[in-house]
Design a protein around this ligand. Structure first.
Ligand code: ADP
Ligand code: MG
Length: 607
C-alpha cells in the first residue's frame, strides 16, 4: 500500500512557519524588512501583549497594487526574485516569498496598502492562511500590516512562548537591530502604548547608535573606517576601557542586513588582544558593504547567517579596520590632554596670531581636534547598502600610515610615530608621586605608575602560567576569614595554591598563611585574600583565575603616593614607550603623550 501523502499547501505553510516565525519578534523583523524593501523612509512598529496580541508595522513605502495585495500571502509570492540568476546577487532583505505566507498561516492578518499612483487602496484580511475579506478602501500611501493572535491555531507553539514581558522585550530588540542596520530610515517603536525608541533616519550611524544603544555606549565608541579589496567597513567599536560583560552589544550588518557571525566577532576581538580584560567583550556596530554577488544570504530561512565568497577577505577587512581604529584612539588621549593643558595655559598666553583667512577660533579647533570626537557632529556617516565596486587588487586604504599587504605580517599597534619607539627613553622625574614624566624622541610621556606596573605584574603572572612562585613568609600570618570566605577558600584551594599561596587550617575557623605569590607585598596579604574571596564567591573557572590574578597584580603593584625607585621607573617607562604596555588589566590607559609639535603650538611658536 502506498504510504506517501503530498501535504496540502496549508500544512506546508504551517511547517515553514515554524522556521520563519519562531516567536512574535520574528514577525517584527520580517514585516520591518518588507517595509525597508518597499523603500520606506519612515517605519512605525507597535507591539501589544508581548507581540502575541498584536504587532502593527506601518510604512510609507511603495505600497502594493490591488492584485498584489491579494497575492502577497501565497507561498513563494515575491516581487524580489524572478529566476535562479537573481539568487546570485540579492540586494533586498527578502527574496524567498515565505514570510507573509508563514505569518498568515499562524495568525490573523489585516493589510491596508496603497501605491502612490493609485487613487484607492486595498484592504485584505486573512486568518489561518485563508483570505476572509478583500475590498477597496481609502488609505494613505504605503502599507500597514496588523498581525493579531499569533499561534492562535497552533497550541503547541503557544506553549513555548515566554512571558509577555520577555517576548515583548525580544520584539523591541529585533526592531532595534533592524533600525540600527539602516540609519537612513527613521524608525519609531511603541510597546503597549509607550515609545521604546525613535531613530531620526538622518543617515548618520552615530545618531542611530545613540538612539538605540544609549549615551553610555555611544560615548565609549571609536569610529571605524576601512576598506580592503572591495569590502568596506564603517561604524564603531568600543574603546578598550569600555569592555562589556557579554556580546549582546556586538552588531554586524552586511549590506544593511543584521547577521550573526562568530568569525567576525573573532575578527574584532582579536584586534583588542592584550588591551581588553579576559572575560570582557567589546561593543561594536559595524557596517560591512560589499558586492551582493560576493555574499550568499540564502543559507538560512531567517537569513541571520550569510556565507562570503571570500571569508578571509571580509575577516581581514573587519580586523584591520578595528585595529586601525584602536590605534587612532591615541589621538583622542592626546586631544584630551592638550585641551586641559590649554585651559591652564590660556590666561597667560597671548592668542596665537591667526592666519589671515582664519579666525582664532578656527585655529583652536584645528589645534585641539586632530580627529573629531565621536559625538562632535562629524565624520561617520552611514553609507546605505550599495553594490561595492567589483573587487580589484589594490592596496588597503586604512587611516594608519602602515599599509602592508594582507598576507604579510602587520606591525603590532605602536603607540608612537614611526621610529620614535626605538629612541632612548629618559625619565625626567615623577610628579604628584603618581605620574612618571619621561621623554622619548619628540614626545613626552606621562605614565600612571600604578596602572603600568599593575599591567606588568599581571602579564608576568599570566606568563608564569601554572608555576607561579610563592615566597615563604618569615613570620606566618593568621587569617580569620569568616564562614563565607572560608567556604570560597575551600572550594578554590587548588587555584590559590597554583598562584603561589600556601594556607593551612588552624583550628576550626582560622587559616595560617605560610606563603604568598612572590610579587605580592606581604603586608597586603590579608587585603588581597579578602578581595580574592569576594571574587571567587561570584564563580570559578578561567574567569575567576584571571580576576584573582588581577587582584594579586593590583596589590603587588607600586601605588600612587609611594616613593618609587628610579631604576623601577626606568623599566616602566621603557615598557610603556615600546608599546608593550598600553592598558592596565582593568582596561584603563597607562599613559598619555604630548608631542613637541603640540607644545610648540600651545606656546604659539608655530600656528
Ligand atoms: P519576500 O519579502 O521574500 O518577497 P514576503 O512574504 O515577505 O516575501 O512578501 C511578499 C511580497 O509582498 C513582497 O515581495 C512584496 O512584493 C510584497 N510586500 C510585502 N510587504 C510589503 C510592504 N510593506 N510594502 C510593499 N510591498 C510589500
Ligand atoms: Mg519579506
Amino acid at each position: 500500500m502506498a504510504v506517501i501523502n503530498i501535504l496540502s499547501p496549508h500544512v506546508a505553510d504551517m511547517i515553514a512557519a515554524g522556521e520563519v516565525v519562531e516567536r512574535p519578534g520574528s514577525v517584527v523583523k520580517e514585516l520591518m524588512e518588507n517595509a525597508l524593501d518597499a523603500g520606506a523612509k519612515n517605519v512605525t512598529v507597535e507591539i501589544r501583549g508581548g507581540g502575541a496580541t498584536c504587532i502593527r508595522v506601518t510604512d510609507d513605502g511603495c505600497g502594493m497594487a490591488p492584485d498584489d495585495a491579494g497575492n502577497c500571502f501565497a507561498r513563494h509570492a515575491t516581487s524580489k526574485l524572478r529566476d535562479e540568476r537573481g539568487l546570485e546577487a540579492i540586494e533586498t532583505m527578502g527574496f524567498r516569498g515565505e514570510a507573509l505566507a508563514a505569518i498568515s498561516a499562524v495568525s490573523r492578518v489585516e493589510l491596508l496598502t496603497r501605491q502612490a499612483e493609485d487613487r484607492e487602496g486595498t484592504y485584505v484580511s486573512v486568518a489561518g492562511g485563508n483570505i476572509q475579506d478583500m475590498r477597496p478602501v481609502g488609505c494613505p500611501k504605503g502599507t500597514v500590516f496588523t498581525v493579531q493572535d499569533i499561534f492562535y491555531n497552533t497550541p503547541a507553539r503557544l506553549k513555548f512562548m515566554k512571558s509577555d514581558r520577555a517576548e515583548g522585550a525580544f520584539c523591541v530588540q529585533q526592531a532595534a537591530r533592524v533600525a540600527l542596520g539602516r540609519p537612513d530610515v527613521s524608525v519609531r517603536c511603541i510597546k503597549d502604548g509607550k515609545e521604546e525608541f525613535f531613530t531620526p533616519g538622518d543617515g548618520r550611524a552615530d545618531s542611530a547608535v545613540y538612539a538605540l544603544l544609549g549615551r553610555e555606549i555611544a560615548l565609549s565608541m571609536l569610529p571605524v573606517d576601512g576598506e580592503n579589496e572591495g569590502v568596506s567597513v564603517s561604524g564603531f567599536i568600543s574603546s578598550p576601557a569600555a569592555g562589556r560583560g557579554n556580546r549582546a552589544t556586538q552588531f554586524f550588518f552586511v549590506n544593511g542586513r543584521a547577521i550573526r557571525s562568530q568569525s567576525l566577532q573573532a575578527a574584532v576581538e582579536q584586534a583588542y588582544k592584550n588591551t581588553l580584560m579576559v572575560g570582557r567583550f567589546p561593543a561594536c556596530v559595524l557596517y560591512i558593504t560589499l558586492s551582493p554577488g560576493a555574499v550568499d544570504v540564502n543559507v538560512h530561512p531567517t537569513k541571520n547567517e550569510v556565507k562570503f565568497s571570500s571569508e578571509k577577505r571580509v575577516f581581514d577587512a573587519v580586523h584591520y579596520a578595528a585595529l586601525s581604529a584602536l590605534q587612532d584612539e591615541r589621538g583622542t588621549l592626546e586631544m584630551d590632554l592638550s585641551r586641559s593643558t590649554e585651559k591652564k595655559l590660556a590666561p597667560q598666553r597671548p592668542a596665537p596670531a591667526a592666519a589671515p583667512d582664519q579666525t582664532p577660533g578656527q585655529t583652536r579647533m584645528e589645534l585641539h581636534s586632530p580627529r573629531p570626537a565621536y559625538n562632535s557632529g562629524a565624520n561617520v556617516v552611514y553609507r546605505p547598502p550599495r553594490p561595492a565596486p567589483a573587487p580589484t587588487r589594490r592596496p588597503m586604504s586604512y587611516q594608519s600610515s602602515a599599509r602592508p599587504g594582507l598576507t604579510g605580517p602587520r606591525p603590532s599597534p605602536a603607540p608612537a610615530p614611526a621610529g620614535t619607539e626605538d629612541a632612548p627613553v629618559r625619565v625626567a622625574g615623577e610628579v604628584m608621586r603618581t605620574y612618571i614624566v619621561a621623554e622619548q624622541g619628540d614626545r613626552i610621556l606621562l605614565i600612571d605608575k600604578h596602572a603600568a606596573h599593575e599591567r606588568m605584574v599581571f602579564d608576568g603572572l599570566k606568563a608564569q602560567g601554572r608555576q607561579a612562585m610563592g615566597q615563604t613568609l618569615l613570620t606566618p600570618q593568621t587569617w580569620h576569614p569568616g564562614p563565607e570566605d572560608m567556604e570560597a577558600f575551600r572550594a578554590n584551594e587548588a587555584l590559590l595554591t597554583e598562584m603561589g599561596f600556601a594556607l593551612e587550617p588552624f583550628g576550626e575557623e582560622d587559616l595560617i598563611i605560610r606563603a604568598v605569590p612572590d610579587s605580592l607585598d606581604p603586608a597586603q596579604t590579608v587585603a588581597a585574600l579578602e578581595e580574592i574571596c569576594e571574587k571567587l564567591k561570584k564563580g570559578g573557572g578561567d574567569l575567576a583565575r584571571d580576576s584573582v590574578l588581577q587582584t594579586v597584580a593590583c596589590k603587588a603593584a607600586i601605588k600612587a603616593g609611594w616613593d618609587t625607585d628610579p631604576a623601577e621607573m626606568q623599566v616602566l617607562a621603557e615598557k610603556v614607550a615600546s608599546g608593550q604596555i598600553r592598558y592596565c588589566p582593568h582596561g584603563r590607559p597607562v599613559a598619555v603623550t604630548l608631542t613637541k609639535k603640540e607644545l610648540d603650538r600651545q606656546f604659539g611658536r608655530i600656528v
